[in-house]
Design a protein around this ligand. Structure first.
Ligand code: MG
Length: 394
């Protein structure tokens, strides 16, 4: 697939220094935004050191990037950046405590690998909609997660200062937790990496509209919008676009659309906010099975939630009579709540195509989105109550 990109950063209308740094290296497939913090221009040093150290680390491990190691090399690059900043801070007392956010993307083969620390953001624009794929690591978000502050209060003006306090940053400790994930980009996709000075001023529909077009035009426009609306902070944008896929990419796009429709229709997932739902669906896959395959075994914990996309399956639950079901039926949803629940036996009655969301995939998303497990339990319980209620009233 052909990649296009553009990057822009601007000091804004209030600050004297630009402590943001952007890096776009199409040859390496590496794109990053870093928003530094620390007095006396130390933030500038931290964010620059972060993106440059990461690029150097990736170049040094170029040989490992082709395989499945690309994600771990990207994570290692964030850790290397953190050590480099700590080391630099020790040399100069005025730079002590400096740090930076990092939101970075590494494109390798058919995959996009993401690493994220702090409150810069990554948005995916796909099918005319923009969805944020990263969580802000701020004190305010931590308080919301812990239940000390409601989402409504968090969005109010009084909490503004807490919103700017990072709960995690690169360069402030030797051991930092990095959120990482990967997915397959599709033709027409746009990724926007941006600092908080930009995301503060633009919402998702606007990002979809502006970033959906030519990256060169988009980055200029986005920074301009941030400045027109106040420019209280430095603002940065990197837009990465994917175009002109081959047949495999077009099939992947078709399969994604099919999975998206099927998975977002089932009760356990349909009420999730788009940010969580998109991440769960990005982590799903399409599988095909020949007739006669036992897709789920009776009385064993399911390893995946499956929605039938094409073909027919036969269910057998305990001593009940066997029944057949077609596209749209689902099974194995107990994986969403990570609990042993007696499952039916499901056998493919014809060649079938299935949207599959594995327990491992749910766990991987939950590791960086701590509210997901609770949301899934709620949705699972609600779905169960609806079905039991419907059965009782019929
Ligand atoms: Mg900022």
């Amino acid at each position: 697939m052909r990649r296009l990109h553009a990057a822009a950063t601007d000091v804004g209308r209030v600050r004297e220094h630009n402590e943001d740094n952007v890096l776009a290296d199409p040859e390496l497939g590496f794109y990053a935004v870093a928003d530094g913090m620390g007095g006396r221009a130390a933030g500038e040093v931290a964010s620059k050191l972060a993106v440059e150290t990461m690029a150097e680390t990736l170049r040094a491990h170029r040989g490992d990037l082709g395989g499945r190691d690309a994600g771990s090399v990207l994570t290692a690059a964030v850790h290397a950046a953190s050590r480099a900043i700590l080391c630099e801070a020790r040399k100069d007392s005025e730079r002590q405590g400096m740090g930076t956010t990092v939101t970075a993307v590494l494109t390798q083969g058919e995959r996009v690998h993401v690493a994220h620390v702090g409150d810069s953001r990554l948005y995916l624009v796909r099918g005319g909609e923009a969805v944020r794929l990263t969580r802000d690591h701020t004190l305010l978000e931590e308080l919301v997660l812990a239940g000390h502050v409601s989402r409504a209060d968090a969005d109010g003006a009084e909490m503004g200062r807490l919103r700017n306090v990072l709960a995690r940053a690169v360069g402030v400790a030797a051991d930092i937790v990095v959120d990482t994930f990967e997915f397959r980009p599709l033709p027409g996709d746009r990724l926007l990496l941006c600092s908080d000075g930009l995301s503060h001023y633009v919402d998702e529909p606007e990002i979809a509209e502006v970033a959906g077009g030519d990256p060169e035009v988009a980055v200029v426009r986005l920074v301009q919008v941030a400045n027109e609306r106040g420019g209280h902070d430095n603002s940065s944008a990197v837009v990465l676009g994917f175009e002109d896929g081959d047949d495999a990419d077009l099939t992947a796009a078709e399969r994604y659309g099919e999975r998206f429709a099927a998975l977002s229709a089932i009760p356990a997932l349909r009420d999730l906010e788009p940010r969580l739902a998109t991440q769960v669906i990005l982590a799903s896959e399409t599988s095909e099975y020949p007739a006669g395959t036992e897709i789920a075994r009776a009385d064993t914990p399911a390893d995946a939630l499956c929605v039938l996309l094409q073909g027919t399956v036969r269910f057998r639950h305990g001593a009940e009579a066997e029944r057949a079901a077609g596209p749209g039926c689902w099974f194995g949803e107990a994986v969403l709540v990570d609990r042993w629940v007696r499952t039916p036996r499901v056998v493919a009655a014809s060649r079938v195509r299935v949207a599959r969301l594995s327990r491992d995939a749910v766990d991987r998303v939950s590791a960086r989105e701590p509210e997901l497990p609770g949301r899934l339990v709620q949705a699972f319980a609600k779905g169960l109550a609806e079905r039991t209620g419907a059965a009782r009233s019929s």
